[in-house]
Write a protein that binds this ligand. Structure first.
Ligand code: CU
Length: 140
């Protein structure tokens, strides 16, 4: 099963241009049963020689995946969608609680600590990058 998936990804990689983002310290937040939303945090580094524009993501396990940020409105932190997150060649961007994050809206399966979650990052030029993040419980 796993071998088939890797072989398939290899085939897809060789046939299209992929954005080259290095993902470090990534994790997705575990959520209690019934909660349909979660968020993921990570450091993204553009290791390619061209500008990367992250517009969101896709997975069969969630309705939509968006890039979000926070801003303070009347002393209350509010999330808003970032249509496109630009990362220049060599630049790193940190997605962390209270700031930029990847938002998962309409989860179709349990997001529990210890599991892994696979999804694609989607870029403005139509390319995608498959990533897999560990799911962790975050106390806050
Ligand atoms: Cu959000």
């Amino acid at each position: 099963m796993k071998k088939t998936t890797i072989a398939l990804l290899g085939m897809l990689c060789s046939s299209s241009v992929f954005a080259e983002l290095k993902v470090d310290d990534g994790y997705m937040r575990a959520v209690p049963p019934g909660q349909m939303m979660s968020a993921a945090f990570m450091q993204l580094t553009n290791t390619s020689d061209k500008t990367v524009e992250l517009v969101g993501g896709a997975s069969e396990d969630v309705k939509s995946i968006e890039v979000h940020n926070h801003k303070k409105v009347d002393d209350v932190m509010k999330m808003y969608r970032v249509p496109s997150l630009t990362i220049e060649p060599g630049q790193s961007v940190t997605l962390q609680p209270g700031g930029l994050h990847i938002m998962f809206i309409g989860l179709k399966k349990m997001i529990k600590a210890g599991d892994q979650f696979k999804f694609d990052l989607s870029f403005k030029d139509g390319s995608t990058q498959a990533i897999e993040l560990p799911i962790k419980s975050i106390v806050n």
